[in-house]
Design a protein around this ligand. Structure first.
Ligand SMILES: [Fe+2]
Length: 383
């Protein structure tokens, strides 16, 4: 069966990446909207991108109202400002939230309507040029055709999709990821691990996505602890940025599975950051998925050097699971209770969460049959 493999139009990685990408940005249009958040302004990261635009004689406005994971309200305000200022292209600087916001603002600015109109449909209309400059090594949004926007009226995370949402340019420059604090490094790094592991064990995995997923998993096990314990370790930061990009490319072309499916409802209802709710779910979800794909998990166990050819497939798969759980512990992933969620409040919404998880379609990519009742049980196990 023929398979498509989609990557950003252009990727620039490593030290000096922004300088190298400047001329390309200069050709994207006449006036940019720079989508970011206040922290990026305070850290001076925004000024670096503004300087690049000034060097190219490009006009711009800064939209820094992305105060957390993107909501329909943030997107609608962004679209209004984009239109009023007469912008013709977009740049996102930040973690997954500004990048996801950029994609949604771009779709609405040219195609109109409300963001909820696009849920469940493939977005295929024309888009303005988009450049993504990630400042965390995790979400991989710079390399995906997805965006997740919270519908504040229904309390659900809407997954929007379309090839046109893939950024035209991804700039992976370590000068931006060096500033991420340990908690963000941990959550986003484990998000990238989920992307890679889920892509590798997805029913939709393909040869090329396997290459990127395997490479990402190896890099993450080798460098995430170092990036977490010592944020100034430039080698670890560079390797993690590359890993996040590889993992993004992998899941963009192979889909995510159970962890992401179950994570989005927790995020929407209890405001747990995306990477963190994924990290919390690693043990419970992979324990379930293992039985359907011992061979795949065994390959991961051997790839990270934890299992050997002498171990059976089942043993090697279990060794990988144990290594992944140890990593979440080393990175001090809290439980739901430690995060501050009330037990009763959580149990009250298990049925809704399980329904929303199944409805997203992601759990069904797991290589083991799964029903809504199974997912309800997994949420109970998680507590
Ligand atoms: Fe993710």
């Amino acid at each position: 069966m023929g398979r498509e493999f989609i990557v950003p139009g252009q990727m620039v990685t490593g030290a000096g990446a922004l300088d190298m990408a400047e001329a390309t940005l200069g050709q994207f249009g006449k006036k940019a909207m720079l989508v970011t958040d206040k922290v990026m302004i305070e850290l001076g990261n925004c000024a670096k991108v503004e300087n690049a635009l000034k060097n190219q004689g490009i006009e711009y406005i800064v939209y820094s109202e992305i105060t957390g994971e993107p909501t329909d309200t943030m997107i609608e305000n962004g679209v209004k400002q984009y239109r009023e200022a007469g912008c013709d292209f977009l740049i996102a600087l930040g973690g997954g939230s500004p990048i996801d916001s950029m994609k949604a603002i771009g779709s609405l600015a040219v195609n109109g309507g409300n963001i909820s109109d696009y849920m469940g449909k493939i977005i295929d209309a024309e888009m303005p040029p988009m450049a993504a400059i990630p400042t965390t090594a995790g979400t991989g949004s710079e390399a995906t055709q997805f965006t997740i926007i919270t519908d504040t009226k229904k309390d659900i995370k809407m997954l929007l999709k379309g090839k046109v949402l893939m950024p035209d340019l991804a700039v992976i420059d370590p000068q931006f990821t060096m500033t991420a604090p340990p908690k963000i490094t941990a959550a986003t790094g484990l998000d990238a691990l989920c992307h890679a592991v889920e892509a590798y064990t997805s029913r939709k995995a393909q040869t090329l996505s396997d290459t990127f997923a395997l490479s990402a998993v190896k890099r993450i096990f080798s460098y995430l602890p170092a990036a977490y314990h010592d944020g100034k370790n430039e080698e670890a930061r560079v390797e993690m940025s590359v890993a996040a990009l590889e993992a993004g490319i992998a899941f963009n072309n192979a889909s995510v599975t159970l962890i992401h499916g179950m994570s989005r409802p927790i995020g929407a209802l209890f405001h747990v950051a995306h990477g963190l709710s994924n990290a919390m779910l690693i043990k419970v979800c992979l324990s379930y998925a293992l039985e359907g794909a011992y061979d795949r998990f065994a390959e991961l166990g051997r790839a990270i050097g934890a299992a050997s050819l002498e171990d059976s497939e089942k043993e090697a798969a279990e060794i990988f699971l144990a290594a992944a759980v140890r990593l979440t512990e080393e990175l001090e992933t809290p439980t739901l209770a430690e995060f501050g969620i009330e037990k009763q409040a959580f149990f009250d919404v298990i049925e809704k969460m399980a329904f929303d998880a199944m409805d997203s379609g992601s759990p069904q990519n797991t290589r083991r049959e799964i029903s809504q009742a199974d997912i309800e049980q997994l949420y109970r196990n998680l507590w």
